[in-house]
Design a protein around this ligand. Sequence first.
Ligand code: NDP
Length: 449
Amino acid sequence: MSDYDYDLFVIGAGSGGVRASRVAAAHGAKVAVAEEYRVGGTCVIRGCVPKKLLVYGAHFAEDIKDARQFGWNVPDCAFDWPRLRDNVLREVDRIEGLYGETLGNQKVEIIRERAVVTGPHSVKLASGKEITAKTLLIATGGWPVVPDVPGAEHGITSNEVFHLEALPKRIVIAGGGYIANEFAGIFHQFGSHVTLVNRSETILRGYDEQIRDRLLQISMTKGIQFRFNAPFEKIEKQEDGSLLVHLGDNGPPIECDAVLFATGRRPNLDGLGLETAQVELTEKGAIKVDDENRTSCASIYAVGDVTDRIQLTPVAIREGQAFADTVFGNKPTKVDYSCVPSAVFSHPPLAGVGMIEAEARNKLGSIKVYSSDFRPMKNVLAGRNERALYKMICDAATDRVVGVHMIGPDAAEILQVAAVAVKAGLTKAQFDATVALHPTMAEELVLMK
Ligand code: NDP
């Protein structure tokens, strides 16, 4: 008989926590997971899943327009936000249910309340109950950062954006990262007037320069407005309910109906009691873990965004799996963080894997860059003047492909397959030896000059 109530107690039923819970249970552990909000976490409830559904919904605006060039007599169409919103939220409910079922099938106990750490082997529930476990796993994810400016309370974050009562006619989006660019595309397609405001001089810092320049140029051509080097000074609510965003010396204030903060996400640790078990944090305030996801307290582990390694769902899932296999499956596993692909579901989307040009030049010295800058066939007939750009970065010494980056229709779908090749260490010659699949956009991958 164990001295503890559970072998494993997980705090947070998001992507990492759910995977760790069910795999540990499958390995024979007695597992409970506490969740204060909804099973599924950011990805399912207020992130990847509902966002991607909105991206699909938004894309119809262009598809309907383009359809006319393809011979369809499409009448003027009106967009119904509440209908899409409610359908998306229903789908989120369905997936949340499936997650719960999966945990139940593995006999993982779901405790639907907040839990905080009270020591190396103990937690306390919001109801006051104390629980002990041999191992604790912290998987509480991230939380949107809201800049500390007067009037910030008038803005919303990605937590609220899926529940808007009505579509804002004018929206200001703060930030220039993933969420900002994805929602700039979404709201623009739905017909809102969008202004993206970033504190620095760029969007998507860290992405390939030419690729992000292409997104900027296409977004501006579509009518999305940008203000750079423009930190928020304050937000004022006006008598008619509209908002006035002041940007200091950076031009006149912007009047809008909604402000969306997309200014990064920080580890969700407030009030979690980690100090009671001497769990150390990094300088940036994330839980410090070793390469087996163990914290400075031997009985406490952490996975996912709360450790701020790579804030992506598939990474959190791998960390949860590796933790469970290592600790409960007698199968020590470390996550390989090399060549993690990522995508921004903007309009059009962009995606990349491996090193960008500047990074490769720094690290490898001598590199070769191949590219294909083309107007997709569908865009030509539609009269849509949007060019796609694919880039391939190779190590000049070995011919090995060390990075692929692209922007254009379906970039993320295409990039996933390229990521397999980059991860496998294939050379440019091996790409070239592959016969093109014609006519596709993806064939550019094996035709790059
Ligand atoms: P990002 O880190 O992508 O971008 C944050 C942006 O906000 C940057 O442009 C940054 O400016 C700016 N910023 C940061 N802090 C402040 C501040 N205090 N005041 C004003 N501006 C600030 O964050 P997101 O919120 O867009 O997304 C969070 C994370 O979630 C992403 O990093 C990503 O890992 C994940 N995510 C992934 C998605 C996907 O895979 N498709 C989609 C959505 C989110 P600067 O130019 O100075 O860097």
